[in-house]
Design a protein around this ligand. Structure first.
Ligand SMILES: *Cc1c(COP(=O)(O)O)cnc(C)c1O
Length: 219
């Protein structure tokens, strides 16, 4: 199967999940997660019509960035953890930072841009994000930061190959977003995007289902 076929298959899954949940499929955006893959893969995805891209690492995207200048209309989202010492560099390259998790990081972006707050709902140490208890304060701080437009929340549930494990985390993120009057919910990946859409996701972040396994490339 080529990339076009895999994209069609992901879209079909998204549409069916939206219909099951009584939602309009066009309310849900697919972010193509190109981390680890060479820039040629991103450019092929762009040539097929994909426009929203997710990358995890500032350093990796620094190498790709000079080569994506011709991708008119594309938007690049940072979905990996961001250290404040790399904030300025990230803000220069990305259109959206989805992983704001402190007021300090928000201030360091120093740019007019869309941001989301990453919320840590999982107990795993490997996960980043703001704790739900500190979210109220952080939402206020980000909203008060000049230039930043806070659009929503993102989360990564604990990994499990059973997508149902993620459901309560997705539901919780939606509750938090509603509480703070935020409309965008970045949640759901290749294996659990249906559950995420049923729970209100407005943006699924899809890597493996489009581009295949990253394992071979990481070796
Ligand atoms: C890698 C990654 C994804 C994509 O995961 P797949 O399982 O390959 O679809 C989504 N979100 C984040 C934050 C990621 O790091």
């Amino acid at each position: 199967m080529g990339l076009q076929d895999r994209w069609d298959a992901v879209r079909e899954r998204m549409t069916l999940a939206a219909q099951r949940a009584g939602r309009k499929p066009e309310e849900i955006t697919m972010l193509a997660v190109t981390k680890v893959f060479p820039v040629e893969v991103l450019l092929e995805a762009y040539s097929l019509g994909m426009r929203e891209f997710g990358e995890n690492y500032v350093q990796e995207f620094e190498r790709k960035f000079p080569l994506v200048g011709g991708c008119v209309g594309a938007r690049f989202h940072l979905i990996g953890h961001l250290q404040s010492n790399k904030a300025k560099k990230a803000a220069e390259m990305f259109d959206v930072i989805q992983t704001v998790d402190s007021a300090k990081l928000a201030r360091r972006l120093e740019k007019a841009m869309d941001v989301m707050i990453e919320v840590k709902l999982s107990e795993e140490d490997s996960k980043h994000g703001a704790a739900p208890e500190e979210l109220g304060e952080l939402v206020e701080a980000v909203r008060a930061t000049p230039g930043l437009r806070l659009t929503g929340l993102m989360t990564m549930p604990p990994w499990s190959d059973d997508a149902e494990v993620a459901r309560p985390y997705f539901r919780r993120l939606r509750g938090l977003a509603e509480h703070y009057g935020l409309t965008q919910l970045s949640m759901g990946m290749s294996h659990d995007l249906e559950v995420a859409i049923e729970e209100g996701s407005t943006m699924v972040r899809v890597g493996t289902a489009l581009f295949g396994s990253r394992k071979a490339l990481l070796k």
